[in-house]
Design a protein around this ligand. Structure first.
Ligand code: AMP
Length: 502
């Protein structure tokens, strides 16, 4: 049996699946059909399999910029029976190596742009290394039957303890996450979505890419986010859907404001032609929602979700949406609020807990963390919410050590551990400080070694070698000592105040 995603693609056949910019300065586009996707992914699967009949859930890490090769490789891994482990194209070596080693990947597939770093990692750890530029086999071997209960994907996500954890979803989990959104947001074959989100995160992989391909829609992929390019594309007036994090809407608003009123009209008209614009992955400030409405005529549909559960809550496609609220449970998703005493009384706040077929299988090789994350079969999100007039309002996170910046979830503790390896830093406390553009800005209070000084510039260029750019504090503050409570624990809210008042 083929995976349902593949069976559906066979039906879509000559229909266009992926469109990417091409030519010098990306002035033209290149289109790939579902048939192309099926053919190339079967060649990739053949290459991955070598003499094996089934990869039997071997992990295949891949680092490929957004585009047809990325998707064909992901499908090739799935069709060969492997688990896809997407790597972030902007991560420095230590973060890439962590994911590769933690997932126990036995094969790395890399685009030539990343050959230097990835080949070295592969050689050092004795892993099979494949470049996407290698010639693919013409003779395609029979591909294995994949049961949908098998593991499909590992996405790394930051938590409140230690290093990022691998969130494992099965093909069945992905199917449930995707079909819930297809039903709720009425995805269909005539949809055309612009894909501008990272492809190592649930938002880009599931909500945009896999939903589009499940529905038989067209996914128009840009290689990176650039406000001007996005606006140019929107102005063409042929897109039906757009999904982004609040930070991206803030950047698009700034770019719109810089234009002449004539151009603004064309930009706004492009938005008005779409049927739906969605925001998620972080709280959408009401000012941003309102400004975007004046620009685009769209009342952004805000939704709430998480790598571990897929999407859980959403404002409605039809019917009243409320700013500051994330709506109601999506199809086949059960949501409850729980406080210290049990189920929260009606109208009282509580932790969001979720049960649905889309909830992940496990944290990769971490049964303790998996067990701790569930209460009576319900996944504990660590987010607080309240229900008002039937709609959920997110109140915040239970841990101050989880920071949401530009839609990325980062762990203050993980960043602190890296900062402590700086020769001039004695102690540090990393916090998220509220910011209209980034949601939260990563900030670090530092106690330096005696007689040492540190500029933001030199600090950031040091950190770039060790941390993904979105994790690197964009503000630092040198302090004599960190505010601590009687137990010696750093008082993070006081650290946040230090930044707010400086
Ligand atoms: P991630 O797993 O990276 O998608 O991060 C999930 C976390 O993002 C959730 O646990 C929330 O803390 C946050 N989040 C996602 N959507 C929203 C939203 N609409 N409003 C507020 N926080 C959100």
């Amino acid at each position: 049996m083929n995976l349902p995603l593949i069976t559906r693609a066979i039906e879509y056949d000559e229909k266009i699946a992926i469109i990417v910019p091409s030519g010098a300065n990306a002035t033209t586009v290149e289109a790939f059909t579902y048939k192309d996707l099926l053919h190339t992914s079967s060649q990739i699967a053949t290459c991955l399999l070598q003499d094996a009949e089934d990869l039997q859930e071997q992990r295949v890490a891949y680092i490929i910029p957004p585009g047809f090769e990325y998707v064909a490789t992901q499908w090739g891994i799935w069709r060969a029976g492997g688990i896809a482990v997407p790597l972030c194209i902007s991560h420095p070596r230590p973060e890439l190596e962590y994911v590769i080693i933690n997932s126990g990947a036995s094969i790395i597939v890399a685009h030539p742009n990343y050959e230097d770093i990835l080949r070295r990692i592969a050689t050092e750890h004795n892993l099979r290394f494949i470049l996407t530029s290698e010639t693919l086999p013409n003779h395609i071997v029979p591909l294995p039957n994949i049961d949908i209960n098998r593991r499909a994907l590992i996405l790394y996500t930051s938590g409140t303890t230690g290093k990022p954890k691998g969130v494992v979803t099965t093909h069945q989990n992905i199917q449930a996450q995707v079909t819930s959104l297809i039903t709720a947001w009425e995805w269909n074959k005539s949809d055309r979505i612009l894909h501008i989100l990272p492809l190592h995160h649930i938002h880009g992989i599931i909500n945009v890419l896999t939903c589009a391909l499940w529905a038989g829609a067209e996914c128009h992929m840009l290689s990176f986010f650039d406000a001007q390019t996005v606006w140019n594309r929107i102005c063409e007036g042929d897109l039906t859907l757009f999904m982004a994090v609040p930070t991206i809407y803030v950047k698009l608003i700034a770019a719109w404001e810089n234009e002449s009123s004539e151009r603004q009209k064309i930009m706004s008209a492009g938005c008005a032609k779409m049927r739906l614009m969605v925001s998620g992955s972080a709280a959408l400030p009401v000012q941003v929602l309102e400004k975007w409405q004046t620009i685009s005529s769209h009342f952004l549909l805000e939704r709430y979700g998480m790598t571990e559960i897929g999407m859980a809550l959403s404002n409605p496609l039809h019917g009243q949406r409320y700013s500051g609220y994330v709506g109601q449970p999506l199809p086949r998703v059960e949501v409850r609020l729980v406080d210290e005493t049990g189920l929260s009384p009606l109208g009282a706040p509580g932790e969001i807990q979720v049960k649905s077929p889309g909830v992940f299988l496990e944290y990769w090789q971490n049964p303790q963390a998996t067990a701790k994350a569930f209460q009576d079969g319900w996944f504990c999100t660590g987010d607080f919410a309240v229900v008002e007039n039937g709609n959920y309002r997110i109140l915040g996170r239970m841990s101050v050590d989880i920071i949401k910046t530009g839609g990325y979830k980062v762990s203050a503790l993980e960043i602190e551990e890296v900062l402590r390896s700086h020769p001039d830093i004695q102690e540090c406390a990393v916090v998220g400080v509220a910011d209209l553009e980034w949601g939260e800005r990563v900030c670090a209070a530092l106690v330096l070694q005696p007689q040492r000084q540190l500029t933001l510039e030199s600090f950031r260029s040091w950190a770039k070698e060790l941390l993904a750019v979105y994790k690197i504090p964009s503000r630092i503050l040198t302090v004599e000592e960190l505010p601590r409570n009687a137990m010696g624990k750093v008082i993070k809210p006081t650290v946040v105040e230090l930044f707010q008042s400086s």
